[in-house]
Design a binder for this molecule. Structure first.
Ligand code: S3P
Length: 166
């Protein structure tokens, strides 16, 4: 079975759904952000603060390169991973890409209390809306889209499993 790769904007529930899918299918779960934090020995917010976004993006590409060497994984990517073509190529090599889609309302609800998402700090709803719009075309480059609005994480996980088995 190919790796199952979850993409989507911050707050679409990639990590939560990914863990559920992995346990349903008996696969291992890898969260790219957690992998980056472990490799760097720093929290994402500190990486951004001390070294900037470009440095974080390079680290993200390096970590994705490590992770895709393994099989039988469910991989939850960070919301910006799809912005680099190289990352998408790596993830596609042995993976089926499932985009978790959500409305701005859902995203704002899910991220209202985040403190480890530097790109959302101090952002207005309008700014988040613009960032989401600017990424739409990147998220569309996927094998399946699963809408998370009004669905519980278990329902989202079920949909992902159905898509990947089809
Ligand atoms: C980012 C999303 C974050 C994390 C970093 C950048 C983004 O991951 O990788 O803060 O550019 O959308 P989540 O989508 O898991 O919050």
């Amino acid at each position: 079975m190919k790796n199952i790769v979850l993409t989507g904007f911050m707050g679409t529930g990639k990590t939560t759904a990914g863990k559920l899918v992995a346990s349903k299918l008996g696969l291992s779960f890898v969260d790219v952000d957690a992998y980056i934090e472990k490799k760097a020995g720093m929290r994402i917010s500190d990486i951004f603060e001390q070294f900037g976004e470009e440095y974080f993006r390079d680290l993200e590409t390096e970590c994705i390169g490590d992770i895709v060497q393994k099989k039988n994984l469910v991989i939850a990517t960070g919301g910006g991973a799809v912005l680099r073509k190289k990352n998408v190529q790596l993830l596609r090599q042995n993976g089926v890409i499932v985009h978790l889609d959500a409305t701005l309302d859902t995203i704002l609800k899910h991220t209202s209390r985040s403190e480890n998402r530097p790109l959302l700090q101090g952002q207005t709803a309008e700014q988040v809306k613009q960032r989401l719009a600017s990424r739409t075309e990147f998220y569309q480059d996927c094998d399946f889209t699963v809408c998370v609005d009004g669905r519980t994480p278990i329902q989202v996980a079920q949909r992902i499993v159905e898509c990947c088995k089809a």
